[in-house]
Design a protein around this ligand. Sequence first.
Ligand code: HEM
Length: 455
Amino acid sequence: MSETPAHTQGLGEQESIWFKLSALHKGGNHNAMSVLLQLSERYGGVIPVNMGNQRVVFLSEPEHFKRVLVTKVDDYIKYFDGLKPIFGKSMITHDGALWQKIRMPQQPAFHPDMFAEYVPYFLTAIRAKMDAWGQLAKSGQTVEMVEQTWTLAADMICKALFDRDMPFNPHVVFNCVKTYTDVANHRSVRLKMVAGEEFELTEESTAKAMEVWAGVPPDVMAADPVEARERTLLKMIEAAVADPSIPEFDQQQAIDEIKQYLWAGTETTALTLAWALYETSRNPAVAERIRQEGDSVYGNQSREPAASDYSGLAYTRAVIQETMRLYPPIWGLMRVAAKADVIDGKDIKAGDRIVLFAYGTHHSAKYWEDPEEFRPERFMGEAAKKRKPYTYIPFGGGKRSCIGGAMSQVENTLALSMLLRRFRPEYVGDIPAGINATVTLTPKGGLPFKIRELS
Ligand code: HEM
């Protein structure tokens, strides 16, 4: 077999957690999440599983999440094997002082005071998507919703955070990134490696995918600014590169940070909106209430929502939050134990891979009444206040929680409200949609939709 080229490193490596977790899909298993859920219901919140030569420990109780993410955060460190080509050396992959040095100069871009500045750019991107949907409604063709929302989310990030019109074809990039994040690819490459077979096809497509992906950040940086705004995330990244007090923040760091945002900020936001459209298609009364809320908060069709309208869209926001409960895009947070520990009387050894099983807690009858029911009201009023801490962690927790979580809720609330006021997107796939536990929680085979204009 020829030597493994650098771009396929990580794909199919035996040590990769993603390769090991792909065992959950063995035998065409319909939903790996339900298997893990049943295990945690039967055997408790700490489940050590031997996967090959590696112990993987699944944790699914809120107090375990708090221990790993907050109380003993420095003993449970980030773990990104198999995904370096997606993230490079961006801050999401680091720990300790270096992580802090890289995050600090970028943090101001995500302060809630900035959201009002971003809203007009989110709206421009949503309007462009609505124009495209107008055409799709006329043609009557079937579209894959995650691809639709991925392209919208990427456009929102480029416009609001980078002051750029997307200088790449988001449909092509979407498919390239999936080469790495779909763990089934890791498994098939590994099986071929073990059998001593060539894996030209996968190797070629991987090489191509990574070439395209690597080219995206330089294209973003080189593209003309749309408005030459001074306060953007991209400007903060450029300033960090020029700052001699942070020599670690070099040009490659800048490229990798952009990569990270285009993945972490796009994939997750897009999945949430796509699953929200799936649920609202299945629950027309929910869709209708979203439309009525839009009517009462920002008036008739001729006006668009402003930043100040966001707080009034409480029900639409709750739909987004309930969607992230049922379909947490990051279904499991990965860490490696740096030291021995004892959790619930069970030994954790240094080197154990830890999976914080967010999906399990989000679906646990211990913490949610009728957990499989889609009920946005859980996130409104008194019900929301009564929630036990760490039972809902779509954005993680503690100092490593998502930098863009609050912003993504603004993006998705506005997008859902505006899209549903003009359209009735109709889900035309299997019910229920299958779930694939890739790096993110993705719909198996996608979410096919037909777009209809409301009359
Ligand atoms: C629905 C939308 C989103 C979800 C569900 C989500 C989820 C998460 C989660 C769970 C983490 C923590 C992972 C861990 O601790 O292992 C995280 C981290 C991160 N997210 Fe998000 N995210 C979303 C949107 C965004 C957006 C819009 C951006 C930026 C544009 C973003 C950028 C990041 C970054 C940079 C980190 C790493 C932070 C650090 O390590 O300091 N995310 N996200």
